[in-house]
Design a protein around this ligand. Structure first.
Ligand SMILES: O=P(O)(O)OC[C@H]1O[C@H](OP(=O)(O)OP(=O)(O)O)[C@H](O)[C@@H]1O
Ligand SMILES: Nc1ncnc2[nH]cnc12
Length: 191
């Protein structure tokens, strides 16, 4: 669900967050409108609003683990985990984690990839929140959900800064919860 449909309609923080995201057309390949969150990280107010909105939503949900998706989920997840009193678990690209891992493959808007998680980082009974910067097809988040559920965790919700409205139906039909703050920017909205 989009934050504006859930109590934040008209909240000026959402506009500030959206305006801090830069759009780079045709990166990393023709036809992709790349949503660049590095400019959001440069804007202290917009970055803080992003973390504050997530912390307000998740602080009372009894979440024990925040799992961040490499690479951009690492930029938001740890701050949220610290603020809500949860552990942080990195979900990494292949061959980056040194210990024993479990792995899930997925198809991307521009290729295929896998995510890996350390065995033992997540325990049966953990209540998980998965964080990433953006959901496009949802393939990455579904791989992340599978990793956590295979470890016995209950995935409470997936949260992203940017979400394509079209992906909401895919989550709903799979019985999974998705929360995102803003829709992708178009080039004419920005720069
Ligand atoms: O919803 P999806 O279609 O699965 O796409 C979303 C994923 O794509 C991007 O990461 P990317 O794979 O480009 O990796 P990076 O963050 O390491 O650059 C983004 O940060 C998400 O993780
Ligand atoms: N359009 C996009 N912008 C940034 N990251 C992405 N990951 C998948 N699609 C993307």
């Amino acid at each position: 669900m989009f934050a504006a449909e859930n109590g934040l309609k008209g909240d000026p923080r959402l506009k500030a967050i959206s305006e801090a995201i830069r759009v780079i057309p045709n990166f990393p390949k023709p036809g992709i409108m790349f949503q660049d969150i590095t400019t959001l990280l440069l804007d202290h107010n917009a970055f803080k609003h992003t973390i504050d909105i997530f912390v307000d939503r998740y602080r009372d949900m009894d979440i024990s683990v925040v799992a961040g998706v490499e690479a951009r989920g690492f930029m938001f997840g740890p701050s949220i985990a610290l603020a809500i009193g949860a552990k942080f678990v990195p979900l990494r690209k292949p061959r980056k984690l040194p210990g024993e891992v479990i792995s899930e493959s997925y198809v991307l808007e521009y290729g295929t990839d896998s995510l890996e998680m350390h065995v033992g980082a997540v325990r049966p009974g953990d209540r998980a929140l998965i964080i990433d910067d953006l959901v496009a097809t949802g393939g990455t988040l579904f791989a992340a959900i599978n990793l956590l559920e295979r470890s016995g965790a209950e995935v409470t919700e997936c949260a992203c800064v940017i979400g394509l409205p079209i992906v909401k139906e895919r989550f709903r039909s799979n019985g999974k919860r998705l929360y995102f703050l803003v829709e992708p920017r178009q080039l004419e909205d920005c720069c």
